[in-house]
Write a protein that binds this ligand. Structure first.
Ligand code: F6R
Length: 253
C-alpha cells in the first residue's frame, strides 16, 4: 500500500494524566455540541485514566452522557458480560456504572453469542443504524494493532471474529489468573469500520508504546502495522505522553 496525504495531528503531553485530560476534553466538547453523539470507546490499561476523568467531570456536572450512545471496539469470544475479564465488565466497572449513559445504548459485542459471526454482523449493522461513530477512542498494541486488528488485517475489514496473536495473548494475560484463561478469539470492529468514524483519537502512554507509535505515525502505511492505516483518515489525533512520543522524528507539543 502506498503513502497517503494525511498525517495525524500529534499532541504530546507532560504526563499520562495530562493526556487523559486532553482526551476527556475532546469528548466533553463533542457532547456539548452534540448531546446525542455516538461515542467509540476502548478498553485496556491506557484509557482507564480517561474514564476516571469522564466520571469526575460527570460528578461535577460538567458533562452528561444522558442522550449519547456508545460502541466499544471489541470483546473476547466466549466471555459473558458478567465475566470479570470481559470488556463489558471492564466498561461497567470503569465507566458505565458511574455515569448517566443509558445501559441500552452502551454497546459492547456479546462475547457469549451462540453465533459469534452473526453477532459481528449485527454489531456492524448497529453502528451503521446509529448514524455512525462521531469520535472513536483507540489504544495501540506493541505490534501496531488497533482494536483486535492484528498485523495483516485488511484496510477495508469489517467487524468480525479474529484469532489473537500469541503476543497479544501474552500481553493480555496480565488481566487473567493465567495465560491459559485468555481467550484466543475475539469480535473486533474492522479497520474499515474504524476508518468510518468521523474523528479518531489514538491515546498512547509509556515508552513501551514508542516504537509502535512511531511506526504508525511516520513509517510506511501498511497492513503490517494496522495503526498506520489510520493515515487514510484526515481527522486523526494522536494524544501521547512524552515517553510514547519519544520515537517520533517530528513530535510537536
Ligand atoms: C482495547 C483494544 C486494544 C488496546 C491495545 C492497547 O479495546 O482494542 O487494541 O487498545 O491492546 O492496550 P493497553 O491500553 O492495555 O496497552
Amino acid at each position: 500500500m502506498t503513502s497517503t496525504p494525511y498525517s495525524p495531528k500529534i499532541i504530546v503531553c507532560e504526563s499520562d494524566g495530562a493526556a487523559a485530560a486532553i482526551v476527556a476534553d475532546l469528548y466533553a466538547d463533542l457532547l456539548r455540541d452534540k448531546p446525542a453523539a455516538v461515542l467509540g470507546l476502548a478498553t485496556g490499561g491506557t484509557p482507564t485514566a480517561t474514564y476516571r476523568e469522564f466520571v469526575r467531570r460527570y460528578q461535577q456536572g460538567d458533562v452528561s452522557f444522558a442522550r449519547a450512545s456508545s460502541f466499544n471496539l471489541d470483546e473476547y469470544v466466549g466471555l459473558s458480560a458478567d465475566h470479570p475479564q470481559s470488556f463489558c465488565y471492564f466498561m461497567r466497572q470503569h465507566l458505565f456504572d458511574h455515569v448517566d449513559l443509558s445501559a441500552d445504548r452502551a454497546n459492547v459485542p456479546s462475547g457469549d453469542a451462540i453465533d459469534a459471526d452473526a453477532e459481528a454482523r449485527r454489531y456492524e449493522e448497529a453502528i451503521a443504524s446509529s448514524g455512525g461513530i462521531d469520535l472513536q477512542l483507540l489504544g495501540i498494541g506493541h505490534n501496531g494493532h488497533i482494536a483486535f486488528n492484528e498485523p495483516g488485517s485488511a484496510r477495508n475489514s469489517r467487524t468480525r471474529v479474529v484469532d489473537l496473536t500469541d503476543e497479544t495473548i501474552r500481553n493480555n494475560a496480565r488481566f487473567f489468573d493465567s495465560i491459559d484463561q485468555v481467550p484466543t478469539t475475539a469480535i473486533t470492529m474492522g479497520v474499515g469500520t474504524i476508518l468510518e468514524a468521523r474523528r479518531i483519537v489514538l491515546l498512547a502512554t509509556g515508552a513501551d508504546k514508542s516504537e509502535a507509535v512511531a511506526a504508525a505515525a511516520e513509517g510506511s502505511v501498511s497492513e503490517a502495522v494496522p495503526a498506520s492505516l489510520l493515515r487514510h483518515h484526515s481527522e486523526v489525533t494522536f494524544v501521547l505522553d512524552r515517553a510514547a512520543a519519544s520515537g517520533l522524528r517530528s513530535a510537536t507539543g
